[in-house]
Write a protein that binds this ligand. Structure first.
Ligand SMILES: [Fe+2]
Ligand SMILES: [Fe+2]
Length: 204
């Protein structure tokens, strides 16, 4: 009971926190991701409140400036790779996880991991992280040719839909002559291997 009250207080604090840090447009996106993440959590037997909490905070650092990202990352010991130097906004997941931890006192490692990994994915990411990663890509305002198929798949197969979303991101990047973050490629490799193992188990 106490835990229940605690997470509800955190949900309210997280909502107020991001409302004060984000433009109206991005706050709207945040609320849609939160509702989608809750729905997916319910469909896959995961904790809806924790999914909502991670989703509310996922873009909390999205409007930080490039220099600020690098400064904060330095202060909190967040790893900055070649891609992050070139495009510091890639750090908005890890920096948001830092804000969740340091400003809101969130200690739930799965919630923090979900926030941290939502942009590029992370090999071995847990179910809550997969829910957030996918919810961010399929929230109701997202509009691209394969989104309907992803929404359908998301209800049935979390690993499968995450793999599909990464394949789509890779194709999208290729179309624009951009390379894909190595973490996304590693995550896809992990998902494909894991997915095969999973369906082998299910077939038995
Ligand atoms: Fe994001
Ligand atoms: Fe987002």
């Amino acid at each position: 009971m106490e835990d229940h009250a605690k997470i509800h207080t955190l949900l309210e604090e997280a909502d107020a926190f991001v409302r004060s840090r984000l433009s109206e447009k991005r706050y709207g996106h945040t609320l849609r991701v939160a509702a989608t993440a809750e729905e997916l959590a319910r469909a896959h037997g995961l904790d809806e409140d924790r999914a909502r909490l991670a989703a509310l905070l996922h873009d909390a650092a999205r409007e930080v400036g490039p220099d600020e990202f690098l400064r904060i990352a330095g202060g909190w010991g967040i790893p900055v790779g070649e891609h992050e130097w070139e495009s510091p906004k890639l750090l908005h997941g890890p920096v948001a996880a830092g804000l969740a931890e340091h400003e809101l006192g969130i200690e739930d490692e799965e919630v923090l991991e979900a926030i941290r990994a939502h942009t590029t994915g992370s090999p071995g990411m847990g179910p809550l992280s997969l829910v957030l990663y996918v919810a961010d890509k399929i929230e109701p305002a997202r509009d691209y040719p394969s989104v309907g198929r992803l929404r359908e798949l998301a209800r049935k197969d979390l690993h499968g839909v995450a793999a599909e979303a990464i394949r789509r991101a890779i194709a999208h990047n290729e179309g624009r002559g951009r390379d894909t973050h190595p973490s996304s490629l590693e995550t896809l490799e992990w998902l494909e291997a894991d997915h095969t193992a999973q369906s082998r188990i299910e077939q038995k």
